[in-house]
Design a protein around this ligand. Structure first.
Ligand code: SAM
Ligand code: SF4
Ligand code: SF4
Length: 335
């Protein structure tokens, strides 16, 4: 049974953040000054258990969800993640199961994730320049570790592999062509993401955004590309293919070319709150319902209600005035 929101957008994608913790402190996501040693992360008993997550996933699939992405924080820091993957992979009717990771712990886990039923993977890597990358992750993890994680995913068969790079003016934008050149012809799909005003802690301002148009122009000057048709309606990344046939890149332009009209995503936080927009301040507490003994039918009804009244279109109405508004942190609900 499909459910539609107030703009007739169906519920199709579920992003599950399994932890608010991370072993990186990317300056655009979890700045050290805010996420320091005294930061209060969620406690274990506050997190949804794997059984609770898998049960919700089944209910979501009955409501029309076809695709699930695991995220965080860093999903690979949550203990025994392959156990969750296995439970989700058993969900009847689920078409796509994937995960976004910073790649630093992937060498150890790629095979187990694949064996558990993970289909493909997205790895974040913002630059191949070690100084730039270490300044961005702010914990000193070298590029080499992430490249090795990507290689491990490749060997395990987690295909196709996508690589996400957030582009921030004056920080890594001078290294984007090098990144494109590296992945060109490898079958891995590099996607550039405009630096977004998610959360309230990353000091975002428009001057630090490199518009998609400029990203495309800079790549095209060195490595000629042309627009490619979207794979499906609502695809977040605009696709561009290399003119010489050696693959494609994507650009996610939430700031300069918003795509709210096709947004079919819902997000589940680690402690069981549902967010209908990446830029929302509050979520709907589904964990309380579960722990009070709600039936599957009651949970389905509650989720349906949340989706039917949804009217989010933040990126289309973003102005200077909306930027300081309170909203959930990216590291909490996972992009
Ligand atoms: N830790 C994992 C990772 O980094 O891949 C998963 C969670 S992370 C929040 C998901 C994605 O959000 C990453 O690709 C990251 O680069 C992106 N992201 C985080 N903060 C962002 C921001 N301010 N603007 C744009 N993308 C951002
Ligand atoms: Fe961690 Fe991912 Fe945020 Fe970086 S972007 S701090 S790796 S959650
Ligand atoms: Fe979807 Fe909200 Fe992003 Fe618009 S701003 S695309 S509604 S998550």
């Amino acid at each position: 049974m499909a459910v539609y929101d107030s703009f007739q957008r169906p519920l199709r994608d579920l992003r599950i953040s399994v932890t608010d913790r991370c072993n990186f402190r990317c300056t655009y996501c979890m700045p050290k000054e805010v996420f320091g040693p005294d930061h209060a992360f969620l406690q274990r008993d506050e997190l949804l258990s794997y059984e609770e997550i898998a049960r919700l996933a089944r209910i979501f699939v009955n409501l029309g969800v076809e695709k699930i992405r695991l995220t965080g924080g860093e999903p690979l820091v949550r203990r025994d993640l392959p156990e969750l993957v296995q439970q989700l992979a058993d969900t009847d009717g689920l078409k796509d199961l994937t995960l976004t990771t910073n790649g630093s712990l992937l060498r150890r886990q790629a095979r187990a994730l694949k064996d558990a039923g993970l289909q493909r993977i997205t790895v974040s890597l913002d630059s191949l320049d070690n100084d730039v990358f270490q300044r961005m992750n702010d914990v000193g993890v070298p590029v080499e570790t992430v490249l090795d994680g990507i290689a491990a995913a490749d060997e395990a068969g987690l295909h196709p592999i996508k690589v996400n790079a957030v582009v921030e003016r004056g920080v890594n934008d001078h290294t984007i062509v090098e990144l494109a050149r590296h992945f060109k012809g490898t079958g891995k799909i590099l996607r550039f993401i405009e630096f977004m005003d998610v959360g309230n802690t990353n000091g975002w301002n428009m001057e630090r955004v490199v518009p998609a148009k400029e990203i495309i122009e800079r790549i095209n000057r060195e490595l000629p590309i042309e627009p490619a048709t979207p794979n499906y309606r609502g695809e977040v990344a605009k696709r561009w293919r290399y003119v010489d046939g050696s693959g494609e890149i994507g650009v996610i332009s939430s700031i300069t070319q918003p795509f709210c009209g096709d947004c079919t995503r819902i997000r589940l936080s680690p402690e069981g709150e549902l967010f209908t927009c990446l830029f929302a301040a509050r979520g709907f507490d589904i964990r309380s319902l579960i722990r009070r003994g709600a039936t599957d039918a009651e949970l389905g009804e509650a989720i349906g209600k949340v989706w039917r009244v949804r009217a989010d279109r933040y990126s289309e109405i973003r102005t200077e005035a909306t930027v300081p508004l309170e909203r959930v942190e990216m590291s909490h609900i996972g992009g």
